[in-house]
Design a protein around this ligand. Sequence first.
Ligand code: 13P
Length: 248
Amino acid sequence: MANRKYIVGNWKMNGMREQLSDIKEIAEIAGQNNQVDVAICPPATLIAQAADNNPDFMIGAQDCHFAAKGAHTGCLSADMIREAGAIMTILGHSERRADQHETDAEIKAKAEAVHAAGLGAIICVGETEEERDAGQAVDIVCGQLEGSFPDKAEAAWLTIAYEPVWAIGTGRVPEASDVEEMHAAIRNKLGKLMGDGADAVRILYGGSMNGGNASELLAVPNVDGGLVGGASLTAEKFGPIIEAAAAA
Ligand code: 13P
C-alpha cells in the first residue's frame, strides 16, 4: 500500500515574524488537503509562535544537538525544540554537512536524541554532482544512510529525504528514472537496516521541487513526498505542491 504523502517546507535561514502570516495561509491549505501530511520547518526563532498560532498544523525544526543539555553555545536540544512546539526536525541537511561539517555519526546521535525526546526525524542524504558524474551516487547515498541510521528506527518517527546536492536551489531536477533508481536503492537499504518496517518509512525527494514538477516527481515509485526549500516560502508557491500531493 502506498504511504501517505508528506510535504515538508524547509525555510532554511529565511523568515521574520512578518512571515508568520505565510505559515498561517499554508496551514489553511494543508487543512483543506488533509489526506496529505504537511509541515513547515521555519528558523528556530519562529517555531514557538508558528506552533502557537497554528495548533493543528505541524511545525518542525531544522536541526538540534545530540546532547540533552550542557556547554554547547548556540545550540538547541531536542527537548528545547519540542517545548517550543516542534513535532519533528530535519537532520543532516547537506548544507549542514557542508557548512557545519556534520558527520554521519553525529547525525545518527542526533536522530537517537530526537526520538528519545518524542520527536520525529527527517534524515537527509544526497550526492554531489562530482559524485554523480563519477557513477558513485547510489553508493554515496546508501553509505550516508547506513552511517547516519539511528538504532531502533521505526517508520512512526523516521523519514528519509533524498536531496541531490546539485539539485538544491539550482532549478535542476534529476530525470524521473534517476529519482526512481535512487529511491529504490534507499528502500532496499532500509530493508537491510531495519527489516519489515522499511516499506512504511517515507522517502522524500528534495531539490528544486515546485508547483510545475511536483506531480511528476510525486508519481515516481517510492517517492512518498517532498522536502521543499524555495518553493515553500509562500502559500502561492507551496499550495500547488500540497495539492499535487493530494492528487497523487
Ligand atoms: P530547494 O527546494 O530550494 O531546491 O531546496 C531543497 C532543500 O534543500 C530542502 O531541504
